[in-house]
Design a protein around this ligand. Structure first.
Ligand SMILES: *Cc1c(COP(=O)(O)O)cnc(C)c1O
Length: 431
């Protein structure tokens, strides 16, 4: 494979753009190579500037559950563009999307659209603080909630429960209001709620943590969070920016309540990624009594010049309309086939094996013990994981298979990964 045009573009990009990219993970940092520059994409395939093509398992990091350039979504966007692409006024496109979602997700009553997952989370946190008149937030090590100051926090190395910012530029005064725990650590959570429960505004969690590997949580743990927050008057925020509309239409919230007797219903839920079908949309949703704290009704301020952009609303709605129960069944069946094929390749030739949940997968570090113990918290991920991943990533890239370029990212399977693509994948991995 020839990458010379991509290399030239990256050299130029480094001059004009910090690190050559607009989001750090795109830079292939730590992978001992430079990024491929994509010219176009269709279905399950990416096409780069050097004329190579790849079966894409990154899918724009999740939004493209139908694959690239889905014809019915394309048609809706093309038609919308003839009506103008931003009004800054009340319009019915966002209303249609809001109604479509709320009618299918029973525990939410109102929704507000923003431009990204980060914005959705930022609004959710402000709402929770406004609702409870409390300031502390609990988050979990390994859960990513976008790049707002108060959530770029890692567990402190020194004194227990004293958090540190994971980024420069986050004021210590902001960091101190976020408490960080390991996923599954019920004991510490009980302790903090017992000692300072009246200061905690919310617990935020990815109910299916998928930004630091794929750390599948037990329903028992999530139920415990629900009980603790309810008992102490804190809100439970499910960040479903990845899992929403992917693990079934209603995301993990729906799945959890389909399979367990005790209800694990979040107070606030955040969406992003799939909700805009690949255009920039995020959303925060909850019961009316929480949502109506937002301006202009209530006193929690939130706004956006381009929020509920009509093109993005139409892209989102036409994407969501494809997500029938049959669609999810197909997606899951294909995901099983694909992850089996990938797993055979990876485990035979290289170190690692695949953890799969619905249409998400993660190349977990291979474990030395005979019985595979699933990793369910970030502190159990070996620190040298990137070394093995680089070997796997390179081997796949050279065979025309594109993974998200980082060991901690998950893989995404879309509706475009059909049987023809699966046959092509098998062929590409023969060599
Ligand atoms: C991607 C992601 C975000 C951030 O969304 P952006 O649109 O990138 O700002 C927040 N939370 C979760 C769980 C995510 O996966």
């Amino acid at each position: 494979m020839e990458f010379s045009k991509s290399r030239d573009l990256f050299t130029k990009a480094l001059k004009f753009i910090p690190g050559g990219v607009h989001s750090p993970v795109r830079s292939f940092k730590g992978l001992h190579t430079t990024p491929v520059f994509i010219k176009r994409a269709q279905g399950a395939y990416l096409y780069d500037v050097d004329g190579n093509n790849y079966i894409d398992f990154c899918m724009s990091f999740g939004p493209l559950i139908l694959g690239h350039g889905h014809p019915r979504v394309a048609e809706q966007i093309s038609s919308a563009i003839t009506r103008g692409w931003s009004y800054g006024c009340a319009e019915e496109y966002s209303l249609e999307l809001a109604e479509y979602i709320i009618k299918r997700i029973p525990f939410i009553e109102q929704i507000r659209f923003v431009n990204s997952g980060t914005e959705a989370v930022m609004t959710a946190i402000r709402l929770a603080r406004g609702f409870t008149a409390r300031e502390k937030i609990i988050k979990f090590n390994g859960c990513y909630h976008g790049h707002m100051d108060g959530l770029l926090i890692k567990a402190g190395s020194g004194v227990r429960q004293v958090a540190e910012a994971s980024s420069k530029g986050v004021p210590a005064g902001v960091a101190q209001d976020t408490l960080v725990f390991e996923l599954g650590d019920v004991e510490s959570l009980r302790e903090i709620f017992n000692t300072s429960g009246d200061k905690i505004a919310a617990v935020i969690i990815e109910p299916l943590p998928a930004n630091c590997g794929l750390l599948i949580q037990s329903a028992d743990f999530l139920l415990e969070l629900r009980k603790l927050t309810a008992k102490h008057g804190a809100l439970l925020i499910f960040d479903e920016v990845i899992s929403g509309f992917r693990i079934g239409f209603g995301g993990m919230s729906e799945l959890l309540n389909a399979s367990s007797d005790s209800k694990i219903i979040p107070d606030i839920v955040t969406y992003g990624k799939i909700i805009g079908g690949g255009l920039p949309v995020g959303a925060v949703a909850a019961k009316k009594k929480i949502m109506e704290l937002l301006a202009p009704v209530g006193e929690v301020y939130q706004a956006g010049t381009l929020s509920a952009n009509p093109l993005a609303m139409v892209a989102g709605l036409s994407t969501l309309k494809e997500l029938t129960p049959d669609f999810y069944n197909f997606l899951q069946a294909r995901s099983k086939k694909i992850t089996t094929i990938l797993n055979n390749f990876i485990s035979k030739t290289l170190a690692g094996n695949i953890t799969n949940f619905e249409s998400l997968f993660w190349i977990a570090p291979s474990q030395s013990s005979e019985s595979l113990v699933k990793i369910t918290s970030a502190d159990k991920i070996p620190s040298n994981i990137s070394e093995n991943f680089y070997i796997i990533f390179k081997a796949l890239l050279e065979r025309g298979v594109y993974l998200a370029p980082n060991a901690y990212e998950v893989g995404f399977i879309s509706g475009a990964h059909d049987d023809t693509v699966i046959a092509d994948l098998e062929k590409r991995l023969l060599y």
